[in-house]
Design a protein. Structure first.
Length: 419
């Protein structure tokens, strides 16, 4: 049966059809194990009452070899129809075809939020002294900024046309080497900003989290990233006036009535459970997350910033191998959950692939469907195994008493621990 959306509610049948893309490279190894673990968790949590009907759809090399298309229309239609899906890592074709399969999926379904929760599992080795302080959920804008892909290569007729327009009609004189320059344009809109920031604030409110931080480079890019900051604050104050307190408002009170009054109103807001909306410049944020990560709960940011931020935070808790991700349109309900790493061709077939990124994305999928009990079983299983030193080789080699397991052996260990 199909998952549907009615108003604000996702309607999930007891036996939903979930489209999945196996993925390229190690995707072929990790995907069956992830399905095995999810099926076992659902059976443990709900008995025969609930189950998932997996429906394979094609993308990447497997699709190209089978039907001559990197991303067949049938795959897109399956995700449109069934609302929720999951995918392994995909190879992006070099020199031909789609610029990026992942970007194409996100753009086609308008999956405007790239959701990346980052947390530490006890036992996993990290470069931090206190990785337990890292518990951040990133809302990365997924359709604008560099993901719009508006570029012109140096020396092309299109680039020369853009240069003429900029120089002759717009009076731009800052392009130092026009003959060898390539150009790109990054669109950032009011609507794109508002729907992302709205989703981040609603997430913080729903989960009882203390803050949403707008991360930007508005000190330099004043109308794009600066607009993101300005529009984000305006949305919070307009749509959530009784449930948020903004740093923008704090500064206004400070200017009008003094610092003491601003601090008093801030303290009252925090005590009453309001979400504090603040902002920080992107480079300062990257430093701050290393020095004081506990100050950040939910982050809302543009695409390129979010790319850097999500990888750094993942490294801080042990690496991208345990970093889950989802691409979501909260308005339509469409969502694709995914492994956040690449296809790792160097370890294909060696039994070394780590399924945890895709598996934890599967946990996110279960939570999105409202099947929290099944998701919690998987998370608890991983917590137990990591604490005991069990992991695939990429993680085990850095653990104090790491016990390296093959992909299949680790997946079986996770499945057994569900019981």
């Amino acid at each position: 049966m199909q998952i549907t959306k009615q108003g604000e509610r996702l309607l999930v049948p007891d036996r939903p059809v979930i489209p999945f893309i196996e993925g390229d490279g190690i995707g072929r190894e990790i995907t069956p194990h992830v399905q095995q673990i999810i099926d076992a968790a659902v059976a443990k949590a709900y008995g025969e009452k609930r189950s998932i009907e997996w429906h394979e759809v094609l993308a990447g090399e497997k699709a190209f070899n089978a039907v001559g298309s990197w991303l067949p229309e049938a795959t897109m239609e399956a995700f449109r129809t069934h609302m929720v899906g999951i995918k392994g890592p995909l190879t992006t074709p070099i020199g031909e075809g789609i610029r990026s399969l992942n970007v194409a999926l996100r753009q086609e379904l308008d999956l405007y939020v790239c959701l990346r929760p980052v947390r530490w599992f006890r036992g996993v080795a990290t470069p931090l002294l206190h990785p337990e302080k890292v518990h951040v959920t990133i809302f990365r804008e997924n359709t604008e900024d560099i993901y719009a892909g508006i570029e012109w290569a140096a020396g092309t007729p299109e680039l020369k046309k853009v240069l003429r327009f900029l120089q002759e009609e717009m009076g731009v004189a800052k392009i130092r080497f026009p003959e060898t320059t390539s150009l790109g344009v990054k669109p950032v809109s009011l609507e794109g900003t508002e729907r992302l920031v709205r989703a981040a604030i609603e997430y913080a409110l729903e989960h009882g989290l203390p803050s949403v931080t707008l991360v930007h480079k508005g000190n330099i890019m004043k109308y794009t990233e600066g607009g993101f900051k300005k529009w984000g604050y305006a949305l919070a104050e307009r749509e959530f006036p009784d449930r948020t307190f903004t740093e923008h408002k704090f500064r206004q009170i400070e200017a009008e009535r003094g610092l003491e009054q601003a601090v008093e109103e801030y303290n009252q807001a925090v005590a009453s459970g309001k979400v504090f909306i603040k902002d920080v410049i992107a480079d300062a944020f990257l430093q701050n997350t290393l020095l004081k990560p506990e100050e950040y709960a939910v982050v809302a940011t543009l695409n390129l910033n979010g790319d850097y931020i999500s990888d750094q935070l993942a490294a801080m808790v042990g690496g991208i191998g345990i970093a889950p991700g989802a691409n979501i349109n909260y308005d339509t309900g469409h969502a694709i959950f995914e492994a956040t790493h690449g296809t790792a061709p160097d370890i294909v077939g060696k039994g070394k692939a780590n399924p945890c990124s895709m598996l934890l994305s599967g946990v996110m999928m279960l939570e999105y469907m409202g099947w929290h009990e099944a998701g919690a079983l998987i998370t608890s299983s991983l917590e137990k195994l990591f604490a005991e030193g069990y992991a695939t080789a990429d993680l085990a080699r850095f653990m104090e008493q790491g016990k390296a397991l093959t992909t299949a052996a680790f997946a079986q260990k996770v499945t057994d621990a569900l019981q």
